[in-house]
Design a protein around this ligand. Structure first.
Ligand SMILES: NCCCNCCCCCC(O)(O)C(F)(F)F
Ligand SMILES: [Zn+2]
Length: 668
């Protein structure tokens, strides 16, 4: 199934008709540069084009009052003076004779997108709209917004399609208070927003935007506010919040539909956000949400005022929705102190509502980042925004890397009697094997030298890793007699011959040869049940779950709280995913993991299965082809001892792995 793109240039036909410094950044060019970039890069042609339509009165009334709608209906006939007068009653917004028409199209476009996804016409999609929506409230326009496009879409999805649970992710740099107010007492809609806040000093200056505003009555816990109290936040800050707050909660919530308030003023160069996250980070934010709700994801444009970073960020988002491999995370910095404070505060505020956060640390005793820390002489502030910042508009950043899709998406090394699933390619390296390599393989990995099938398999795997290295193949899968032996030979080859970093993820117990964890070029994370005296060390990390990998909620905790942050920080060039014998992991969790690990290494994931488990080839291949994994059921609480063990492990490792941090350094 494809990706919908909904756009109509009618929505460019309104603009600011008078002087108002607060509104002059919201210009029609925001839409034209975004759409033109999608056309120029060829991404628009790869999408399913869906027409816009006007939202009906009834649909607008899903989130707005009649008196407000009636008032806005009058604006097309107003004189300039009347429009200015009408505008004065609201904040940081402007009206125009054509804006009512465009606002109906913006809301209607979001509904068209919901229809396309919910009817299965497409898997996911994006709509480029203006006016934006997330600030508009039941009876008020605000912050360039007239109708709350995403709030209307959420209500519409519940009413028309019986959607039980909707997740709204608002990555715009402003707090979508309109969405928060609409659903704050509604446990069926989980609203997550991060936003520039600076302790209420930033627009819209609302006390209700802080981390302790968690929702009301039955909706308590279903409103998550992550305030950024400093500017200059980077990719590492954003990804940490996704891994340690949004994703664990989102998986526990288990939505039937994901709506994104896709604002790109959170990207570098934006005059409003003044953040430093690069456009390619939106490829990761999108990818990390694509295995929720069976892949049903609707992205609706909100803000974004630097026309260069806006266009690049829109392209990164759409390209990921199309299933292209995501770029490697450029060297991530550890989250800054202020971000860690926000992280700790949010996790603490929500520990009462989400079992995945039950063991989160308490509120920080004092918030360091607001106090002027007595710096030792000459120590420059580690905090962002300390040194003289250039204006946002003068910021420069590298073009996002070209994201080439290899000619072969998934190559499979299978015994002849095992069918190769649709969309994959059988791979067997049978050309005459380099005699030197063959003898080396024989002596080091194959006991009985004449074991020719094993030799062919191992040499095929080696050849496979080389084609991945050259980006001729994206991902691979092999049925092997002994996954440990195969893993060892691959790691040996890739780290020595190709001298690249390999992330090995072992699902299930079984001994991992220690020598592959001594070379520093390999990071091994093993998830199992065995209690070992062997301590985890920096490059060999064992996660022990009491009930083993059959415990889905414990496993998910470990994936988001440990495995993903490690993977982002380690930034491997290859991921080897090994399913140890009798791992006990469920099929849907296995597929979720296969999907999530494609966040790394340009999607170069090599999966090793025991040949007895050939029944898993089809569903594993489906995930390697980019199909969304089936959604897990709503997760029950992970075992206390598992969570505590994971916390201890994280505490021990965070000195080496900064992205594992979830709390600000203690003040003495
Ligand atoms: N320096 C000028 C002050 C501007 N203050 C109003 C900012 C409104 C932001 C709107 C948005 O970006 O959140 C939306 F997504 F709705 F478009
Ligand atoms: Zn914004």
């Amino acid at each position: 199934m494809g990706t919908a793109l909904i756009y109509d240039d009618e929505m460019t036909k309104y603009k600011l008709l008078w002087v108002d410094p607060a509104c002059k950044i919201e210009v029609p060019e925001r839409l034209t540069v975004s759409h033109e970039a999608l056309v120029r890069t060829g991404l628009a042609d790869r999408c399913v084009s869906v027409p816009v339509r006007e939202a009906t009165d009834a649909e607008i009334l899903l989130a707005h009052s009649e008196e407000y709608l009636e008032a806005v209906k009058k604006t097309p006939y107003m004189s300039l003076e009347d429009l200015m007068e009408f505008t004065r009653q609201y904040g940081d917004v402007y009206f125009h004779p054509n804006i009512y028409h465009c606002a109906k199209l913006a809301a209607g476009a979001a509904l068209q997108l919901v229809d396309s996804v919910m009817t299965g016409k497409v898997r996911n999609g994006m709509t480029l709209v203006r006016p934006p929506g997330h600030h508009s409230m039941r009876s008020a326009a605000n912050g360039f917004c007239v109708f709350n496009n995403v709030a209307i879409a959420a209500r519409y999805a519940k009413q028309k399609y019986g959607v039980q649970r909707v997740l709204i992710v608002d990555w715009d740099i402003h707090h979508g208070q309109g969405v928060q107010y609409c659903f704050e007492d509604d446990p069926s809609v989980l609203y997550f927003s991060w936003h520039r806040y600076e302790h209420q000093k930033f627009w819209p200056h609302l006390r209700n935007s802080d981390y302790d505003i968690v929702g009301k009555e039955k909706g308590a816990g279903f409103n998550i506010n992550v305030p950024w109290n400093k500017v200059g936040m980077e990719n590492g800050d954003y990804l940490s919040v996704f891994c340690h707050v949004l994703l664990p909660v989102a998986y526990e919530f288990c939505p039937d539909l994901v709506l994104v308030c896709a604002g790109f003023d959170s990207a570098i160069g934006d005059p409003e956000g003044e953040m430093c996250a690069t456009p390619d980070v939106f490829a990761h934010l999108t990818h990390l949400l694509m295995n929720l709700a069976g892949g049903k994801l609707c992205a609706v444009l909100e803000g974004g005022y630097n026309l260069t970073s806006l266009a690049q960020s829109v392209c990164q988002t759409v390209q990921t929705l199309l299933g292209d491999p995501v770029p490697r995370p450029a060297s991530l910095n550890s989250p800054c102190i202020s971000a860690l404070e926000s992280l700790q505060c949010v996790r603490s505020a929500h520990k009462a509502y989400w079992s995945c956060l039950k063991h989160a640390a308490d509120l920080p005793t004092s918030t360091i980042s607001t106090k002027r820390i007595k710096l030792r002489e000459g120590e420059e502030t580690t905090e962002k925004g300390g040194e003289e910042e250039k204006d946002a508009e003068e910021k420069v950043w590298p073009e996002p890397p070209k994201r080439v899709t290899p000619p072969v998406c998934a190559a499979l090394v299978l015994p002849d009697d095992v069918a190769c699933p649709e969309g994959c390619e059988r791979f067997s390296f049978s050309e005459d094997l380099d005699p030197l390599l063959a003898s080396k393989l024989r002596e080091s990995f194959l006991r009985d030298a004449d074991d020719s099938t094993a030799l062919i398999t191992i040499s095929s795997l080696i050849a496979l890793t080389e084609k991945m290295e050259k980006n001729e193949i994206c991902s691979g899968l092999a049925l092997v007699r002994d996954v440990t032996k195969a893993m060892t030979s691959i790691v040996q080859h890739v780290t020595t011959v190709l001298s690249n970093r390999v992330l090995v993820v072992c699902v299930g117990d079984g001994n991992v040869p220690s020598h592959i964890t001594e070379d520093r070029e390999t990071l091994v994370v093993q998830m199992g049940s065995a209690q070992t005296d062997e301590q985890s060390c920096k490059y060999y990390i064992r996660v022990c779950l009491k009930k083993g990998c059959s415990d889905t909620s414990g496993f998910v905790q470990a994936v988001f709280g440990l495995l993903l942050p490690l993977g982002y920080e380690y930034d491997p060039s290859l991921v080897v995913l090994v399913r140890m014998p009798d791992s006990g992991v469920s099929d849907s969790l296995w597929q979720q993991l296969t999907g999530l690990l494609q966040s790394f290494a340009l999607g170069h994931t090599l999966v090793l299965l025991q040949e007895e488990e050939k029944a898993l080839v089809g569903l594993t291949a489906s995930s390697l082809l980019g199909n969304p994994a089936p959604s897990l059921k709503q997760l029950q609480a992970p075992l206390t001892e598992d969570v505590e063990a994971l916390e201890r492990l994280r505490h021990r490792l965070q000195a080496d792995w900064k992205l594992l941090q979830t709390t600000a350094p203690q003040t003495q």
